[in-house]
Design a protein around this ligand. Structure first.
Ligand code: ATP
Length: 586
C-alpha cells in the first residue's frame, strides 16, 4: 500500500473510533441496508419469475403471488430505507461533532511553539472547512455509499448466478471501467487535495488581513491585500474547476459503459432466447439488474469527488491530531498544591530554532522576592519568563520551583498557582467582570467588586454606564491600553497566584491611569514571587534584585544602588528610564 493510501486508511480508521460506542446502532443500520439492497435486487428476480412462470405459463396464482410479494416487500423497504437514511445521517453528524470536539480539545493542549509556527487561519481552516468537507460526505454520502455498494455487490452476484454467459459478456466492459476509475481516482485525489490547500490559504489570508486591518489601512496597503486575496480566490476557483472537470469526464464515461454493457447483453441475450437456452423473464431481469450496477456506479462516482475531498481534509486534520503535545505532565507527575515560590534556573540553554537565545542561565529567585529583568530588545527577557511559566522547556539545564524540575510536576496544578500579565493583555468578549473572573470563575460578585476597588478599577469602570458589566469586545479593542493592563492586573490579583510573571506595558499611558497601575502593582507584587520584565524606573525600584540580560546572557545582577554605582549597562539604561516620557528600555 502506498504511504498516501495508508495515511488515508489511518484517517478513516480514526473516524470509526468516534462511533465505537455505536456498534449496536451500526449493526442495525447494516441490516437495514442489506435488506433494502436485497429488495432492489430481488425485485428484478421477481419480475423475471412473474414473466416466465406467471404470464407466459398462464399461471395467474403465481403472478398474483409475485405481485403481492413485490408490493409488500417494497412497502417495508420504503419505511426501512427512510430510517436508514436518517440513521446514517445521524451517525455521520455524530462523527463530525466528536471530531470537532477532539480537534479543538487537542489544539488546547498544544504548546505555544505550535501556535507561533502555524498561521492562525490555517488552523481555523482545519476545524471549519476541513471538518465541513467531511460533514458533507458523512451526513448524505454515507447512505449513498452503503446502499450503493451493497446493491452493486448484490446485483453482481445475482447476474453471475442468473446466467454465466451473459455475465461473461458483461465482464468485457469491466477492464476499461476499472482503468478509467483508477485514472479518475489518481487524478481526483491530487485535485481535491489541492482544493483543500487553496481554501486553507484563502482562510489564512482572511484571518491575517482582519487581524492586521488597522496596519493595512494606516499604510494604504488595501489594494495590495485585495490583489493578494483576488489571486488566492482565483486559484481556489481554478482548483475547484479542475476537480469538477475531472468529474464531468468520469461521470458520462461510466454512463457510456453502462450503455455498451446493455447493448452487449441484448445482442447475446436475444440470440440465446432464439436458441431457446434463455427465457424472456431472465433476459428482462438481467437488463433490470444491469441498471442496478451502472446506476450505483454513477452515484458512487458522483460521491467519489466528495469522498476524495473528505479524504484530503482528513489527511490535513490527521496532521493536527498527530501533532505531539510538547509540553505535558508525565504520568507520574508530582502534584504540588501550594508552592512556596522558590524559582531557580540552572544552566538553562534554550533555542526556538537552531540557534540558542538563552545561554547557560543561572538564576535563583527566593520565594516571595521580586526580580526585575531589564535589557535591550531581543535579549531574552520574555523567553526566560516563558520558561518559568513552562510554555517551553529548556534545551539544556532545568527550571526548578521549590527544588522540583518543572518537567516533573503536574502542569495543571502548577499553572493554577501562576499568574501572567502580558504586555498587551488579551481580553475576551464579555463584561469587564467576566474578564476579571477569567482565572477564578467561581469568584463571587462581592470578591470581584472588592478586587476592582482594591486596584481602583471601579473608578475606571464608573466611566461606563454599566460599570463592571460594561461589554468588552474580543481582544479588548474597545478599551485603552491602560484600561486593558489594569483589568489584566485585576485578573491576576483575583487568581491570587504564588508566582507572578509580569511583562510591563510599554505604551504611553496617561498619568492618572499610570498612578492607578502603580498602586495596583503594589498590591499584585506583594507576598508572592514575581518576575517582572520592567520598562519603568518605578517598577525596577520595587525589585529586590535587577537582572540585566544581553543577547541571552546575564551580564549584571544586583540591587539598584549597586548597579548604579557600577556604571555598567544598567546605569546607562536607567538614564533612559529616568527620561520624562515613560520611556521603554527596549
Ligand atoms: P523584548 O523586550 O523586545 O520583548 P526580549 O528581551 O523579551 O525582547 P525575547 O522576546 O525573549 O526578547 O526574544 C529573544 C530572542 O528570541 C530574539 O532574538 C527573538 O527574535 C527570538 N524569539 C522570540 N520569540 C520567538 C519565537 N516564538 N520563535 C522564534 N524566535 C523567537
Amino acid at each position: 500500500m502506498s504511504p498516501r493510501a495508508r495515511k488515508r486508511r489511518v484517517g478513516l480508521t480514526r473516524l470509526s473510533l468516534y462511533v465505537r460506542d455505536q456498534r449496536g446502532r451500526m449493526a442495525l443500520l447494516a441490516l437495514a441496508a442489506a435488506f433494502t439492497s436485497g429488495v432492489q435486487v430481488g425485485g428484478w428476480l421477481l419480475v423475471g419469475d412473474a414473466i416466465d412462470n406467471g404470464i407466459r405459463a398462464h399461471d395467474t396464482t403465481r403472478l398474483d403471488l409475485d405481485v403481492a410479494i413485490y408490493v409488500g416487500v417494497n412497502a417495508v423497504a420504503w419505511i426501512v430505507g427512510s430510517f436508514l437514511i436518517l440513521g446514517l445521517a445521524q451517525l455521520g453528524q455524530l462523527i463530525v461533532l466528536r471530531l470537532r470536539e477532539h480537534l479543538f480539545a487537542h489544539l488546547t493542549t498544544l504548546s505555544l511553539r505550535y501556535f507561533s509556527e502555524q498561521r492562525a487561519g490555517w488552523i481555523i481552516s482545519r476545524i471549519t472547512n476541513d471538518v465541513d468537507a467531511l460533514s458533507d460526505v458523512l451526513s448524505e454520502g454515507l447512505s449513498t455509499l452503503v446502499g450503493n455498494v451493497l446493491t452493486l455487490t448484490g446485483a453482481m452476484v445475482a447476474l453471475a448466478i442468473l446466467d454465466w454467459r451473459l455475465a461473461l459478456a458483461t465482464l468485457v466492459i469491466l477492464p476499461p471501467t476499472l482503468v478509467v476509475a483508477r485514472w479518475f481516482q489518481m487524478r481526483s485525489h491530487v485535485a481535491f487535495a489541492d482544493v483543500r490547500t487553496r481554501i486553507s490559504a484563502l482562510t489564512a489570508q482572511i484571518a491575517e488581513s482582519l487581524a492586521g486591518m488597522a496596519v493595512i489601512q494606516s499604510y494604504n496597503r488595501e489594494g495590495e491585500f485585495r490583489k493578494q486575496f483576488g489571486e488566492l480566490n482565483k486559484a481556489n476557483q481554478r482548483s475547484n474547476q479542475h476537480a469538477q472537470n475531472l468529474s464531468s469526464l468520469f461521470f458520462p464515461a461510466i454512463e457510456l459503459f453502462g450503455v455498451i454493457a446493455t447493448v452487449a447483453v441484448l445482442a447475446l441475450g436475444s440470440r440465446l432466447y432464439e436458441d431457446g437456452t434463455l427465457t424472456l423473464g431472465t433476459l428482462i431481469a438481467y437488463i433490470g439488474l444491469l441498471s442496478l450496477i451502472f446506476q450505483p456506479l454513477q452515484e458512487l462516482s458522483e460521491l467519489y469527488g466528495q469522498v476524495q475531498s473528505a479524504a484530503a481534509a482528513m489527511e490535513k486534520i490527521t496532521r493536527v491530531l498527530d501533532e505531539q503535545t510538547e509540553i505535558a505532565s508525565p504520568a507520574d507527575a508530582r502534584r504540588i498544591d501550594r508552592v512556596d515560590g522558590h524559582v531557580a534556573l540552572e544552566h538553562v540553554t534554550f533555542a526556538y530554532g537552531r540557534d540558542p537565545v538563552l545561554h547557560g542561565i543561572d538564576l535563583d529567585i527566593p520565594a516571595g522576592s521580586c526580580v526585575a529583568l531589564v535589557g535591550m530588545s531581543g535579549g531574552g527577557k520574555s523567553t526566560l519568563a516563558r520558561l518559568v511559566g513552562r510554555f517551553y522547556d529548556p534545551r539544556e539545564g532545568a527550571v526548578r520551583v521549590d527544588g522540583n524540575d518543572l518537567r516533573e510536576i503536574d502542569l495543571v496544578h502548577y499553572r493554577r498557582q501562576l499568574g501572567v500579565v502580558l504586555q498587551d493583555p488579551f481580553l475576551f468578549a464579555g463584561s469587564i467582570a467576566d474578564n476579571l473572573r477569567f482565572a477564578a470563575p467561581a469568584a463571587s460578585d462581592e470578591l470581584v467588586e472588592e478586587t476592582a476597588r482594591a486596584i481602583g478599577l471601579d473608578r475606571v469602570a464608573a466611566r461606563f454606564s454599566e460599570g463592571l458589566q460594561h461589554a468588552v469586545r474580543e481582544g479588548g479593542s474597545g478599551l485603552s491600553a491602560g484600561e486593558r493592563q489594569l483589568i489584566s492586573i485585576g485578573r491576576a490579583l483575583l487568581a491570587d497566584p504564588r508566582i507572578l510573571i509580569l511583562d510591563e506595558a510599554t505604551s504611553n499611558i496617561d498619568r492618572p491611569t499610570e498612578v492607578l497601575i502603580e498602586k495596583a502593582l503594589d498590591r499584585l507584587l506583594h507576598g508572592r514571587t514575581s518576575i517582572v520584565i520592567a520598562h519603568r524606573l518605578a517598577t525596577v525600584r520595587r525589585a529586590d534584585e535587577i537582572v540585566v540580560l544581553d543577547r541571552g546572557r546575564i551580564v549584571e545582577r544586583a540591587s539598584e544602588a549597586e548597579l548604579m554605582a557600577a556604571h555598567g549597562q544598567f546605569a546607562a539604561l536607567a538614564r533612559d528610564l529616568a527620561a520624562p516620557a515613560p520611556a521603554a528600555v527596549d
